[in-house]
Design a protein around this ligand. Structure first.
Ligand code: SAM
Length: 335
């Protein structure tokens, strides 16, 4: 039972396991024809050979390749374990030294043997569990993930898609400045990018009301044009660098706005509506950098799984489920 697993392990987004199963192909390996995955506790293992050719990949006309997730377009996951392996160990110290001998940073993701897992974690170099301020420069070091399958078996991966421990990042919240908590997903996206608007950057914030994202951007010193059919909170409209346009964002053509450095959109709309608008902006050549929320609706049977794949296939683009996303994904393009 010891050795590398040739494939990927997906950690689901809690509460959205059904979305992940839809992306992976709904049947477990060894079950109905076309079944792909095997469960390790809450995790889904997909063998490499199947990952490249499964139904979720072939059902889409879009090339199913993404550096972050492997060959299948899988977005409804909190983390991907990219080089999983299984190792048996004798003692708690032995388990810790197996991991420590590979690299420094290891985040536990326990679903069983919690006490034993805690004792192993205490023998590993500590990871800060403190909420981060913003901006916070994410260190460029590998973050591994591990769990216990039983008293003497580790399942782990030194390489993971998320740089955050267990795919989780918490921020020190500002409970007075922003009028909504939506700014947390913007902070997370910019932290992940290791880039952000700076003083004087020209930003469009579409679907901006009541003004959480606009607040976060104005605090960075950016010049923000906020667009919404509803007003922003007045104190946000009054911030330095903020202009507000009361309008349907999607009927504003790129040439109406002109050259911008960043396009942000958190508008509540169908994914296909957002996609058409982003395509127009890309075609215009007037903006390079994008962070847009793709709002999903409905159950796995009715939700639009194709449009996120079309977003991910756009040049230089990716789609992620952020820790601060709920029933939504985030489109990011920052070449
Ligand atoms: C989730 S809220 C945005 C929250 C905001 N990002 C914040 O940080 O406070 C979604 C917003 O999208 C706006 N919206 C929906 N469709 C829109 C459209 N076609 N044009 C402009 N705004 C739109 C709604 O009025 C609503 O204010």
């Amino acid at each position: 039972m010891t050795g590398s697993l040739d494939g990927l392990i997906y950690e689901p987004v809690p509460g959205f396991e059904d979305h992940l199963e839809k992306e992976l192909g709904s049947a477990p390996a060894g079950g109905a024809p076309g079944g792909l995955w095997t469960r390790y506790g809450p995790f889904y293992f997909v063998p490499a050979a199947l990952a490249a050719t499964g139904p979720a990949a072939s059902a889409s006309a879009v090339p199913a390749v993404s550096a972050a997730t492997g060959p299948r377009p899988v977005f409804w996951r909190r983390n991907v374990w990219q080089k999983p392996f299984i190792r048996e160990f004798g003692s708690i110290a032995g388990a810790a030294s197996i991991l420590r001998d590979i690299q420094r940073n290891w985040a536990p993701s326990l679903f069983t043997r919690f006490r034993r897992g805690k004792l192993i974690a205490e023998k590993l170099p500590p990871l800060s569990g403190k909420p981060r301020g913003f901006p916070w420069l994410l260190p460029d070091v590998p973050m591994g993930a591990w769990t216990l399958l039983d008293d003497h078996t580790l399942l782990a991966s030194a390489e993971c898609a998320s740089p955050f421990p267990g795919g989780i990042i918490e921020f020190e919240e500002d409970r007075e400045g922003p009028p909504s908590r939506a700014y947390l997903k913007l902070w997370e996206a910019l932290t992940l990018l290791r880039r952000r608007p700076v003083a004087g950057s020209v930003c469009l914030d579409a679907g901006a009301s009541p003004g959480g994202w606009t607040w976060a951007l104005a605090k960075l010193g950016a010049k923000v044009t906020a667009v919404d059919r509803s007003p922003l909170e007045q104190r946000i409209t009054d911030m330095d660098g903020v202009d507000f346009i009361r309008h349907d964002a999607f009927t504003l053509e790129p040439r109406h706005i002109g050259r911008i450095d960043w396009l942000f959109c958190d508008a509540a709309c169908y994914p296909s509506r957002l996609f058409e608008w982003v395509e127009k902006w890309l075609a215009s050549g007037l903006c390079e950098n994008y962070v847009c929320t793709i709002k999903m609706q409905g159950s796995p049977e009715t939700a639009d799984f194709d449009t996120p794949r079309r977003f991910a296939a756009l040049d230089g683009s990716r789609v992620v489920h952020l820790y601060h996303n709920k029933h939504e994904l985030t489109y990011i393009r920052c070449p």
